[in-house]
Write a protein that binds this ligand. Sequence first.
Ligand code: NAD
Length: 512
Amino acid sequence: MAIPTTDEIRSRAAAALAACGADLDALTARQPGPAGSLPLRSPIDGGTFGQLPADSPDDIDATLDAAQQAFLAWRRVPAPERGQLVARWGRLLAEHKADLATLVTIEAGKTPSEAAGEVQEMIDICEFALGQSRQLYGRTMPSERPGHRLMETWHPLGVVGVISAFNFPVAVYSWNTALALVCGNAVVWKPSEKTLLSSLAADALLARAAREVGAPEGLNSVIAAGADGGRLLVDDPRVALLSATGSVRMGRAVGPRVAERFGKVLLELGGNNAAVVAPSADLELALRGVVFAAAGTAGQRCTTLRRLIVHKDISAELTDRIVAAYGTLGIGAPEQKGVLVGPLIDENSHQAMQNALKAAVEQGGEVLCGGSRVLADEAPDAWYVEPAVVRMPGQTEIVREETFAPILYVVEYEDLDEAIALNNEVPQGLSSAIFTSDLAEAERFIEGSDCGITNVNIGTSGAEIGGAFGGEKETGGGRESGSDAWRAYMRRATNTVNYSGELPLAQGVEFL
Ligand code: NAD
């Protein structure tokens, strides 16, 4: 299948970026400062189509100052009025859905359908946040003292720092940003250095919405930097909440440093997600759920299905059908017709996949299909692979790790308690699923899984924004997006109001 040239990719990126309000030529023509520059690269052909000057520590300092000033004004704007900013942003995102999706495809390698789905999530969270802007509810509690009111009120935090990963270059940021803004905060975003244009486009649309509704300047900004720039957000006391999405390794570096300065932290880290397929499952449905969750996005979702825990009586049949389905998956440049599996992000990712497959075989695994590099002649600098299915004798060491590539490990079980124990037996705790038509089994799995997400008759990936998203254990414990995730972006104050004209002390204490 034809791979577009670097020039073609650059001109498509420039057009999409221009439509969103940013000029690629002007951006790349700027002289790099003391922080040097960052390459603009597409995994589709592996070519570099420009360099963007990186923000220096002084630039980042100035950005944080501006955000702090903007916050002081924004916090005074009534929340429903703040909601108008995300409402406008959502409309602009809907207008520019195709442009932003094009940039996501170019930088993250997603198929147009998945890239459009990612932008749709941004639109959805803007709608959700607009509604939330009228629902920042506190409670009132009965006071033990006469003539007293006891209640809680919720207040903005300050500057929210967002660090995001390459594989969801815009959606995860928007979950954080839409809620943080209606909650009265300013947002400084350090996107993945691999997806800078998608972030500049999303930010340009937000900046336009902010101008149109008269929000203070500096309320939203992007930092173009690698991990070094991220570290400055981690250590800066002006960042009241740091929301960081990425690998467990990143979370281990970031979490303790924010805690050391008593900042708030919200971590969304790696997953190692399992699906149990019970004998009563609708196998056709399970097959589709498994194949999308395991091979979709070339295995590069935090919720990608990595472990299939299948009952021994149906294991042979299901694995045969999965292997057959894998044989039909179109692999190639994501915007080509019929392609369902795009490229890996880079060579490191390919190497990690090969290392994992080698380790799996050494640990007793049998590769049932996939694992090979494809399209190497047409795109020598890009990394396309056949998604792999590996039958394992058990959950060996490699199965307990997250390898961010399309490898599906298959292990068998005999009874449901064993399957639940296998599901829980890894350090990560993001997403889990069971395929069954037995109600009691479904309920036992929901009760038994230790993950932040537990699905029935749906794969592990593809969450909706209405629920709280996040996971337990090494996944970091954070919750974003729907339900009551907004609370992470606010400070709760407990207020006691005395209208009795006397001063009774709590617990009947006497003094003076
Ligand atoms: P990564 O950890 O390499 O980078 C993520 C972000 O952290 C980037 O912006 C990077 O510049 C920054 N960073 C890295 N080290 C840092 C440090 N020490 N201090 C400050 N910032 C630092 O991850 P990636 O390769 O971009 O993304 C893939 C990983 O992200 C996978 O593990 C995946 O499971 C995870 N992920 C999790 C979720 C979730 O919601 N749980 C969502 C998407 C991705």
